[in-house]
Design a protein around this ligand. Structure first.
Ligand code: CTP
Ligand code: MG
Length: 380
């Protein structure tokens, strides 16, 4: 078992630079307060200590406490960040401690693990990322070009053997930007481990948006779209009906401007619907002579093309035909194959089934055929 570890989350700042009325650590990031998101990242710690400002008790209870899924010791910090850290360290009961800014809610498991593991090798470790921009010293004019090759941008959590950092903080005054600085001042070697560019410290107003984007990239829900389609065609004179592109012998035909393929029309509309791109009537107006007697397979191809253009693939299609006659069962496999070929998907993603309506309604009286379809499209 790894040695016990305290997660010490400092959240007592006033968040002056971020603005927004409420200190940044209590503001929502994608619906959950920043501080609650941060604490949730330290699920592996044996204890959690949260340091809040003396006047932040109500904010904490109202906004953060309801979101915490584990017990946390809440203590009061001070005006300087080091005051807050010392208040937390005073209560830490584990031999090792990870001290983390409450406003770095995107810290990854990998960064936490890298710091924790480094504490097997030495008394202190901190994550950092290399500086990639050129660096200049100067105000209005460049005074000096700074060599960036050995420079790092510091992050948290910064990890320590608890007794070591406690002692370093006792002798160090205020004003340090972080705890690695306090350790270095006390002559303690601090190992640098890889940080993560997404482990940002929410500092300025625009950082909330940036953090939300990173979060979204982390938790991205696959883009899945559902559509439904419904169509009806009336029986008229004829010796066959065309259903799902298959010519089915019958003592009547279906009446329509096109080939009256009620099944393909429903599937086509389901795909247009999933894309929120209207319906067949919009793409192939029934008063346009070009579509007189048209093969409805062309309509479905068009819808499938629109889906492809938008980066979607058809995940599945389910179609129900409603009629007393003709019997669909003997043709269902051929219908399924036709639809799957047009859509360019495996046949096991297409379902064609049929039902009667128990002799009720227009389908029951044999006046026409109805079709219901559902289509699911997915985009990675
Ligand atoms: N912090 C703290 N106690 C303080 C000051 C800062 O616990 N007296 C915490 C902050 O809440 C934050 C972390 O230290 O989680 C990093 O500090 P910073 O980003 O500077 O936050 P603030 O001090 O709140 O912001 P600002 O400097 O813009 O006022
Ligand atoms: Mg500050």
């Amino acid at each position: 078992m790894p040695p016990a570890m305290t997660a010490l989350v400092v959240a007592a700042g006033s968040g002056f630079r971020a603005g927004g009325g409420v200190p940044k650590q209590y503001r929502d990031l994608a619906g959950i307060p920043v501080l609650a998101r941060t604490v949730a990242r330290f699920g592996g710690a044996s204890e959690v200590i949260i340091v809040i400002g003396a006047d932040q008790r109500d904010l904490f209870e109202e906004r953060v406490a309801p979101h915490l899924d584990r017990e946390a010791l809440v203590v009061t910090g001070g005006a300087d960040r080091a005051d807050s850290v010392r208040a937390g360290l005073a209560r830490a009961s584990s031999p090792r401690v990870l001290i983390h800014d409450a406003v770095r809610p995107l810290v990854s498991d990998a960064v936490i693990a890298a710091v924790a593991e480094a504490l097997d090798r030495g008394p202190a470790a901190a994550p950092a990322v290399p500086v990639v921009d050129a660096l200049w010293r100067g105000g209005e004019r460049i005074a000096e070009i700074v060599d960036r090759s050995a420079l790092n941008r510091a992050q948290t959590p910064q990890g320590f053997h608890t007794d070591v950092i406690r002692k370093a903080h006792e002798t160090h005054g205020n004003g340090a930007l972080d705890d690695a600085a306090v350790a270095v001042a006390a002559g303690i070697p601090v190992e640098i481990v890889p940080g993560d560019d997404r482990n940002i410290k929410i500092t300025r107003p625009g950082d909330f948006d940036l953090a939300a984007r990173f979060l979204n990239a982390e938790t991205r829900v696959p883009d899945i779209r559902l559509g439904n389609g419904f169509d009806v065609h009336r029986f008229g004179p004829g010796d066959h009906v065309t259903l799902c592109g298959v010519k089915v012998p019958h003592d009547r035909g279906l009446v329509g401007h096109s080939d009256a393929d009620v099944g393909l029309h429903a599937v086509t509309d389901a795909i247009y619907g999933a894309l929120a791109r209207g319906d067949i009537g919009r793409h192939f107006p029934p008063d346009d002579p070009r579509w007189a007697g048209a093969d409805s397979r062309g309509f479905l191809s068009h819808a499938a093309g629109l889906a492809r253009d938008e980066g979607y693939t058809v995940s599945n299609v389910d179609l129900t035909l409603v009629c007393e006659r003709p019997r669909i069962g003997p043709h269902a496999i051929e219908m399924t194959d036709t639809i799957s070929r047009i859509l360019g998907v495996d046949a096991n993603r297409v379902s064609v089934k049929a039902t009667t309506s128990e002799r009720l309604g227009f389908t029951g009286r044999g006046e026409g055929i109805a079709a219901f379809a559902t289509a699911a499209l997915a985009r990675p």
